[in-house]
Each structure stands twice: as structure tokens, then as C-alpha cells.
Design a protein around this ligand. Structure first.
Ligand code: ADP
Ligand code: MG
Length: 384
């Protein structure tokens, strides 16, 4: 159903009104993992998988939300919105509505249809795509406008405060501000950013390991706590270091012995990853794909060994790609412990690469992976 006219008819049949349609993309992070909450750098690209949101006004005081992916409709009272999420997919769009209300907007009754081809819960950020598509649809209905970075922040707050997921700003930011054929270097401290062109002979091949492990005590929060504990040790000597963004590898040399060994390793990853991410953007700007590939390899090693954020399957997916023709760079992308690898591959080799990688991975692990050949696309917008 990539065809918006099919989506339009679906909305019309269900809700009896013609919708305005908005689209917001998923994303893949090329480099910069677990740096966002340390106020560091990330470099994602929006991809050509996206979420559509169709919206039309209602006169019965209700907010009705239908997800084609779940085949389910939920109804709310526009005058009595829930204050918190309910562990349901509708939390994401309702979180956005709730945040907009908190910003002082009067929320009218409306019907909202959702459809997405971003694989759900696979690390390609279907959640941010849903938030951003909903936000621009509702904003259009109520006549609100926000600059891109502010809109991204509102959607992040919906996920943090309403859904209850402690995510950084990257996903929402790139879904709003992505640009066709470009990666985006984002400074998570002040939300300033720089676009770097991805040459058109390069494809983004995303390989889903189909596994998601969790470590004792919760994976993402555990790693976050460990790296923040290292930062606190540095800050006790050098108060100008509220976040690892402000720390250096020399700080780690000097005071690393005061840290828990695991904390020190996590911090080493985060501090060095910031340097690699900035360098990766410079490499892209110069068109130096070889250097970019080298930085991605180093990033994966650091993520796997120092951060211990990888897993057997993801390490296998990276290893098995190494000698395939056309590979420029490969690494595990996203929060870790499974999910997808991102592979920069010569476009002319991409189809063969994807096929061969799938065969090798299945032979090694017994799991059939999903492999997508993507390109960097533009940010969220209205479809005419
Ligand atoms: P990711 O963002 O990596 O895809 P998350 O766990 O952050 O994974 O978000 C996935 C969740 O977002 C889904 O489980 C679902 O609740 C919600 N979601 C995303 N897209 C849709 C959709 N098209 N329809 C309904 N819910 C969706
Ligand atoms: Mg998400």
C-alpha cells in the first residue's frame, strides 16, 4: 500500500471524510551510538521506509485513531485526554496530542489513520516516524507551526513523558529534518546540525539480525548508568564535565582507575565514538568513503568490546559482510543487543551483497534475516 491513494480511500471508507496526508520517515544511524544522552554527536540518515498519517476533522467530540498495521481502532474523548500512556501502540500518537495540549493548543475532535512500512520495533525508529507523522498532521489541523528542532523535541517529550521510554532526540530529529541523499551530523547538545552528502553510487543496506536480547537489569538503562557513573568520577576532578561529551581520553587515562572497570570501558566507547562521529562526517564531506568505512569498523569494535552492546548474531552479521564485494563499511546500528547492522555498499553490488549476506547469516545462525536496500530520503512533509 505504498500508494497514498489507497491509503486515502481506506481513510475515507472508515471515517467518511477525505484526509490530509502526511509522511514521516524511519532512520538508520550511520555512526554515533549511545552518544546522544551524553550530549554528543550522532550521524543518522532518514530512509525510504515511512509512516503515513491521514487526518480529518470530526464533529462528535471524539478522537479516533486507526492503525492499519495492527488493524485496530481506538477512540478517545477530545475533552478528557488521558494524562499517561497505557502500554498500547496508541500511546505514541496520543502522547503527541497530549504534549501539544500541554503547549496550550486546544485539541479538537479528529480521525487519524496510520500506516507504516517501517519495520516495527526493529531499530529503524517506527516510533519516531509515528510521532512525527502524527504531530505534523495534528498541527496542520489546528494551524500550529514549529521550527524543525522544536518539533523534534516535542515528539521526543511525547515518548519520554507519555509513553515512558527514555529515548534521546536523534530519531525524532532526523525524521523531521532528514534530507534526500544526505546524512545528518547532529550535535545533541544544542541541536545544531550539518548535512553531508551520501554519494549516489552508495546504498544503505540494512540487515536485521531478527534477534533482540536483553541483559540483566535492562540493557539500555544499565549501559546509560554505567557511562554516567564514569562521567561523575571525571566531574569530581574536573567540574566542567557534566556529560561525557565534555570528557577526553586523557581524563580517562588520569582517573579511569577510580572507576568500576565496566564503567571505564563504557566511557571509553562514548568518548571515542564522539570523535569518530565528527571524523565520519568530515570523511563524507570529502567523499572519502574508505576512511568512513574504517571509522565504522572501529566504531563496531568499540561498541562490541568496550560497550558490550553487541551480541553473537550482530557480530556475525558484521563479520560475514567483511569480504563481500562492494562493502564500504558495516556496523551494528541502534540501541544494541541485536537489531540491525547498517552496511554502506556500492550500489552496483547492493543486490548481490544483500543476497550473499542473507545466505551466509542463515547458514551461520539458522535465522533467516530481513535485508533491505535503502537510500537516504527527505524528512517529514505533507503529501499533496
Ligand atoms: P522502533 O522505534 O525501533 O521501531 P520502538 O519499540 O521504539 O521500536 O517502537 C515500536 C512501537 O511503536 C510499536 O511496538 C508500536 O507500539 C508503535 N508503532 C510504530 N509504528 C506503528 C504503527 N504504524 N501503528 C501502530 N503502532 C506503531
Ligand atoms: Mg523507537
Amino acid at each position: 500500500m505504498h500508494n497514498p491513494s489507497v491509503f486515502r480511500s481506506m481513510h475515507r471508507e472508515r471515517f467518511g471524510a477525505d484526509p490530509a496526508i502526511f509522511v514521516a520517515p524511519g532512520r538508520v544511524n550511520l555512526i554515533g551510538e549511545h552518544t546522544d544522552y551524553a550530549e554528543g554527536f550522532v550521524m543518522p540518515a532518514a530512509i525510504n521506509f515511512a509512516t503515513l498519517a491521514g487526518i480529518s476533522p470530526r464533529t462528535d467530540g471524539k478522537i479516533a485513531i486507526y492503525s492499519e498495521n495492527y488493524g485496530e481502532e481506538k477512540t478517545f474523548d477530545a475533552a478528557a485526554l488521558p494524562a499517561k500512556g497505557n502500554k498500547h501502540w496508541s500511546d505514541y500518537p496520543m502522547g503527541v496530542v497530549s504534549i501539544l495540549k500541554g503547549e496550550g493548543h486546544k485539541i479538537p475532535a479528529f480521525s487519524l489513520s496510520i500506516w507504516s512500512d517501517v519495520p516495527l520495533a526493529s531499530g529503524l525508529s517506527s516510533s519516531a516516524a509515528l510521532e512525527v507523522a502524527t504531530a505534523i498532521a495534528v498541527m496542520d489541523l489546528i494551524g500550529a507551526t514549529y521550527p524543525g528542532p522544536v518539533l523534534a523535541r516535542l515528539c521526543q517529550r511525547a515518548e519520554n513523558e507519555f509513553v515512558g521510554a527514555n529515548c534521546g532526540i536523534m530519531d525524532q530529529f532526523i525524521s523531521v529534518n532528514g534530507k534526500e541523499n544526505h546524512a545528518l551530523l547532529l550535535d545533541c547538545r544544542d541541536l545544531s546540525y550539518k548535512l553531508a552528502p551520501i554519494p549516489d553510487h552508495v546504498a544503505l543496506v540494512i540487515a536485521n539480525t531478527m534477534v533482540k536480547h536483553s541483559v540483566a537489569g535492562g540493557d539500555y538503562p544499565t549501559r546509560r548508568r554505567e557511562s554516567e557513573a564514569a562521567c561523575a568520577v571525571i566531574a569530581s576532578h574536573r567540574p566542567g564535565v557534566p556529560f561525557l561529551r565534555d570528557a577526553t581520553l586523557e581524563d580517562l587515562e588520569k582517573w579511569g582507575h577510580e572507576m568500576e572497570p565496566k564503567s571505564r570501558m563504557r566511557a571509553k566507547h562514548v568518548i571515542s565514538e564522539d570523535l569518530r562521529t565528527v571524523a565520519a562526517c568530515e570523511a563524507l564531506l570529502k567523499g572519502d568513503m574508505k576512511e568512513l568505512g574504517r571509522l565504522m569498523a572501529e566504531a563496531h569494535r568499540s561498541y562490541s568490546r568496550d560497550f558490550e552492546g553487541s551480541c553473537v548474531e550482530a557480530d556475525a552479521m558484521v563479520e560475514l559482510a567483511q569480504d563481500l564485494p562492494g562493502l564500504i563499511g558495516t556496523r551494528l546500528t541502534g540501541g544494541g543487543f541485536g537489531g540491525c547492522t547498517v552496511n554502506l555498499v556500492e550500489q552496483s553490488e547492493a543486490a548481490k551483497f544483500a543476497e550473499a549476506l542473507g545466505v551466509r547469516y542463515a547458514a551461520r545462525t539458522g535465522i533467516t534475516p530481513q535485508i533491505h536496500i535503502c537510500h537516504a530520503s527527505g524528512g517529514a512533509h505533507r503529501l499533496e
